[in-house]
Design a protein around this ligand. Structure first.
Ligand SMILES: [Zn+2]
Length: 369
């Protein structure tokens, strides 16, 4: 039986991005609380507790990431500036990067999230658990070497990958980023490095508007090891599963990672305010189960899911429940109250997948077969 570890801590709620206020020359508008609300995690944990799911997971301890762990990814100047600016914020929320506001607790909270990601890696590589769901905040995948962006401050997935390499001697790590937004920060950190395969499935023409196309495939020794899969708006369970079965899983089998990290942003769900995709709880269960099976085939089941985005307060908990069900192999008796019409792959999704497979086959011959 699979043992799935779980990380959660109320200190992840301390980071606060404040309210969305648009200030123009002649007018301003207060549009309410930022999408990255602490309630995203509160509601998710509450559903897991109510269904008795948390009790079936193995709680894992962690500490805040050290400077050494963060400096494998970020610059010393950036760490110092983030720390200083948050300390000076007082009771206010301040701008720390594009679409990245924060408060006095943001650096400390981001450091906890990155530390949790490293602890999750330790737990699977030391055999303490088979896989992990880390319900952490803030997210990481838009953050680069010296910038915060898009609700992200430290790049949790990249820090975890580097930790696995530095402390456990791994030569090949894969990051599967299924957040609806392109993982531009992660890509920028790993673009010339063949020792981490970065796969991003995201909605085309969503945030950030620049980047994430299939022809961004890496550079130098890393050419081919960035695998972008921009998908048309409206892609649902069938389209995502086809992308997995036809492209992601064959590439992973060829790469043979020793550890798989998931940048698990569940904002491609059908109710997310910041995405236009149609994944459901069942879709997330199936995607996670596919990766669990593949991990068992190629890397002794070593799989770590790190929370990224997901902004529908009612549906993020249900989508995340689906991921945990896929990782643990235990499906709860919770019935999703939302009804989704049965769909097949739309012609534009089929065409996009065929084009993506052809494009990536130049680096991954298995995709040409
Ligand atoms: Zn996102």
């Amino acid at each position: 039986m699979t043992t799935t570890g779980f990380i959660y801590d109320e200190r992840f709620l301390d980071h606060n991005a404040g309210r969305q206020v648009y200030q123009g020359e002649q007018a301003h508008a207060d549009c309410g609380e930022e999408f990255d609300s602490p309630l995203r995690l509160v509601h998710t944990k509450r559903l897991l507790d109510a269904l008795n799911v948390t009790a079936r997971l193995a709680p894992l301890d962690f500490v805040a990431a050290s400077d050494e762990q963060l400096l494998r990814v970020h610059s010393a100047d950036y760490l110092a500036s983030l720390t200083t600016r948050c300390a000076a914020a007082g009771d206010d929320t301040i701008q720390l990067g594009d679409d990245a506001r924060g408060n006095h607790a943001t650096e400390r909270t981001a450091r906890l999230a990155a530390g949790a990601a490293c602890a999750a890696v330790d737990a699977v590589l030391q055999g303490q658990v088979d896989n992990v769901y880390a319900l952490i905040r803030p997210s990481g995948h838009h953050s680069g070497r010296d910038f915060a962006m898009g609700y992200c401050y430290y790049n949790n997935a990249a820090v975890a990958a580097r930790h696995a390499q530095a402390m456990h001697g791994l030569e090949r790590v894969a990051i599967i980023d299924w957040d609806v937004h392109h993982g531009n920060g992660t890509q920028s950190l790993l673009y010339s490095d063949p020792s981490v395969l970065f796969v991003s499935l995201h909605e085309e023409d969503n945030y950030p508007l620049e980047g994430g196309s299939a022809d961004e495939a890496g550079e130098g020794a890393g050419l081919g090891y960035t695998l972008n899969l921009p998908l048309p708006a409206g892609t649902g369970n069938q389209g995502y599963l086809a992308a997995f079965d036809e492209i992601v899983l064959p590439a992973l089998r060829q790469y043979r990672p020793q550890l798989i990290l998931i940048s698990a942003g569940q904002d491609a769900n059908a109710y997310d305010p910041l995405g236009r995709m149609r994944l459901t709880r069942d879709g997330y269960t199936a995607l996670a189960a596919r990766l669990k099976t593949l991990a068992e085939q190629v890397c002794e089941g070593r799989l770590v899911a790190l929370q990224e985005g997901g902004y529908s307060l009612p549906y993020l908990p249900i989508a995340t429940l689906g991921v945990i069900e896929g990782l643990s192999g235990q499906v709860s008796d919770f019935v999703d109250p939302h009804h989704f019409p049965a769909r097949t792959i739309a012609p534009q999704e089929r065409a996009a997948l065929d084009e993506l497979r052809r494009s990536h086959a130049q680096y991954w011959p298995t995709l040409a077969e």
